[in-house]
Design a protein around this ligand. Structure first.
Ligand SMILES: [Zn+2]
Length: 323
């Protein structure tokens, strides 16, 4: 009967021998134990029967050079998953190349040289030491996020818009301690060290900003705690559709209805552009759908200095017949 070695069992312990015990010692020990626990001499004792089986199994493995070697190697290197949680598997002298512990040691040795590895663990900190959160630790305030409707003109040309919102600010009544001079709960912030205040900030809109872009205004978010820095204000821009202008990349389009007479004869016409008012020259015999381009009068490139064009599409209005 070929017994397969079980790596969960300690056969050396079963026989009461050292791991480096010679074959001679193992044989001697087995014989002594076998005599002691032999079922014939123990009148059917269940305990002895079990014990006898165990020492027989142990002897079968340890007395066979090949089986003993394999058993030793598997015990040392981890072998098949044993399912014994929390038990450390120590590499023996014959631990192979695939031993994870060996790799770990090499890795750690290299670690401290570049300073990035081998910190806490090597200083003997237990793994289960939970980091405690210090309530007095300075913490950064929250970022506040808002959506802002932005006129197309402001998106094209940039500008400044006032933005009004509520945010936490540090309570100055208690100097952020939450307690007054009599060590009572601060009546202003009710011990929260911060109060809500309605504030208005001027938000700088960059030239040519795109729809759905989020602007970050540093330090205008919620107040930090215990002297920590404030969070940021995040403004997501939603560009409003304009009744007159339409932006396509950096160009801006507009439709312009002109009287038939002007379209036929041509002549000057004052129009409203993104920048204000401008007079253009309508050509003779202008037809509906014809375009007039004013270079550099469109939207700025995002964060740029160059501008796209303003393109005017004419629509010629027929002269109404007198009724
Ligand atoms: Zn207070």
């Amino acid at each position: 009967m070929g017994t397969r070695a079980s790596f969960n069992k300690d056969y050396y312990k079963t026989l009461g021998v050292e791991k480096n015990a010679t074959a001679e010692v193992i044989k001697k020990k087995f014989r002594a134990l076998a005599r002691e626990h032999h079922p014939d001499t123990n009148q059917g004792s269940k305990h002895s029967e079990e014990k006898f089986k165990e020492i027989s199994e142990a002897y079968e493995i340890l007395s066979d050079i090949k089986k003993r070697k394999e058993y030793d190697r598997m015990r040392a290197g981890g072998g098949p998953a044993s399912g014994q949680r929390g038990r450390s598997r120590r590499p023996g002298p014959s631990a192979g190349w695939n031993d994870p512990f060996d790799f770990g040691r090499k890795y750690q040795r290299q670690g401290p040289r570049d300073g990035d590895f081998g910190g806490g663990q090597q200083q003997g900190q237990p793994f289960d030491a939970e980091p405690t959160i210090d309530p007095d630790m300075p913490t950064r305030g929250f970022d506040l996020q808002f959506m802002v409707d932005l006129p197309l003109k402001t998106a094209c040309l940039g500008g400044t818009i006032p933005y009004n919102y509520d945010k936490h600010i540090a309570c100055t009544a208690c100097n952020q301690t939450g307690r007054n001079d009599n060590h009572e709960v601060c009546p202003v912030c009710e011990g929260q060290t911060r109060i809500v205040e309605n504030v208005t900030v001027n938000v700088e809109i960059p030239r040519g900003v795109k729809d759905q872009y989020t602007l970050r205004i540093a330090n205008q978010g919620g107040a930090g705690r215990n002297g920590g820095p404030p969070g940021d204000l995040l403004i997501k821009v939603c560009i409003l559709t304009d009744a007159k202008f339409k932006r396509v990349k950096n160009d801006v389009y507009m439709e312009l209805t002109i009287p038939e007479a002007l379209a036929e004869n041509g002549g000057p016409l004052e129009i409203g552009t993104l920048d204000g008012r401008e007079t253009i020259e309508v050509e003779e015999n202008t037809l509906t759908g014809e375009e007039y381009r004013i270079r550099g009068a469109g939207s700025y490139e995002p964060w740029g200095k160059k501008r796209g064009d303003l393109i005017i599409k004419f629509r010629v209005e027929p002269v109404e017949e007198a009724a």
